[in-house]
Design a protein around this ligand. Structure first.
Ligand code: DP6
Length: 348
């Protein structure tokens, strides 16, 4: 008797860190994840989710999940709700990209090469990887431009920020959907560092945060503020490549800092208020402020790191590569050793 060939496909997708944040949806109930403002992110190609989609000997419609077991990968702890969202998205992908679920059951295996649910945006990379794995399973050319845009839009319905993970190194998500940010510093010029102060699961999910911020009075004017800041930031980042690039880059650093605080202020002014800061997050931010001053006084051409926090207590820094930046990173690693873990993710 000949053995039945069960189909399987694997994909990986990177995480991304937003510098202008997606926070707040036009509707929290229609399930389409449409943002109230445009956002900008840097794609973190060193922080990836891996997803394998396989047919299994079960009836059509059966969907299971299991951790993707492979050296170097950490399986996320998927809650019942998380699993349900993942399954719903798988069904959505099969329906929109093909002609519905395959004849047999489906097993989805997933894992990350970085800690999950700690502000390193694992939902972005895992939904992007799931979308890509199903597209590959169905034989689509996922590198083709129009297919990629379509997959990004589809992935957005699973988790909004995942739509940005399809483009690199910069991704802009506006009313037309997500696309590659053009004319911005290349990843060869940049280094990303995450300071993980706490990798336990967050208490308020980002989906819930999107809902709760609608109660903040600071939400009034927020879409306009975010759009203005985005345009200023894009301009500064573009100019950071030109003559007197340092001034523009340092101005970009100020805008990124303000945007991160803007989002966290939305959280703390919601009703009920909530927040993600740990004491160590503030310790890192204060340390970075002091180190910036010291670095600038040593070298007048020093470019400050872009500093931002997502819906979690960890701090992300994006450095303009230089001798000074390497020294800064080494010094920072030593200074935070007792309370934070430094993860350097390659930007490809
Ligand atoms: C704070 O994409 O996780 O990371 O669309 O409900 O899945 P859903 O939300 P999600 O929100 C991300 C919020 C953020 C900021 C950002 O990445 O822009």
């Amino acid at each position: 008797m000949s053995e039945i060939q069960l189909k399987s496909a694997t994909a990986t997708a990177p995480s991304n860190i937003a510098l202008i944040k997606y926070m707040g949806k036009t509707s929290n109930h229609d399930g389409t994840n449409r943002p109230v403002n445009s956002s900008l992110s840097l794609t973190l190609s060193g922080f990836r989710s891996h997803v394998r989609v396989s047919e299994i000997e079960k009836e059509r419609g059966a969907i299971d999940w299991a951790p993707f077991r492979k050296a170097g990968l950490q399986a996320p702890e998927l809650s019942e709700r998380g699993r349900e969202k993942f399954f719903q998205h798988a069904v959505r992908c099969f329906e929109r990209l093909g002609s519905g679920l395959p004849q047999r059951g489906i097993l989805i295996e997933s894992a990350n090469d970085f800690p999950s649910d700690c502000g390193l945006a694992s939902s972005a990379s895992s939904f992007a990887a799931l979308t890509l794995a199903i597209a590959t399973f169905l034989g689509l050319d996922v590198e083709e431009r129009s297919v990629r845009s379509k997959l990004s839009a589809l992935s957005r319905e699973g988790s909004g920020s995942s739509c940005r993970s399809f483009f690199s190194p910069w991704s802009v998500w506006n009313e037309e959907g997500a696309s590659r940010g053009e004319g911005l510093p290349g990843s060869n010029l940049l280094t990303h560092v995450a300071l993980v102060v706490d990798d336990s699961k967050k208490r308020v999910s980002s989906s819930e945060a999107h809902q709760r911020v609608s109660t903040s009075l600071l939400m009034r004017g927020r879409p306009e503020r975010a759009e203005t800041r985005l345009n200023l930031l894009l301009d500064c980042l573009k100019r950071s490549l030109g003559t007197d690039g340092q001034t523009s880059w340092n101005r970009a650093a100020q805008l990124v800092w303000a945007e991160s605080w803007d989002m966290h202020a939305l959280f703390e002014t919601s009703d009920p208020a909530f927040g993600y800061f740990a004491p160590e997050s503030l310790r890192v931010l204060n340390l970075v402020r002091d180190m910036n001053e010291a670095a600038l006084s040593r070298d007048a051409s020093f470019r400050f790191p872009l500093v931002t926090m997502d819906a979690g207590p960890n701090v992300h820094l994006i450095f303009w590569k230089s001798e000074q930046a390497s020294l800064y990173i080494d010094d920072l690693r030593t200074k935070v050793r007792s309370f934070a873990r430094m993860i350097e993710g390659a930007l490809i």
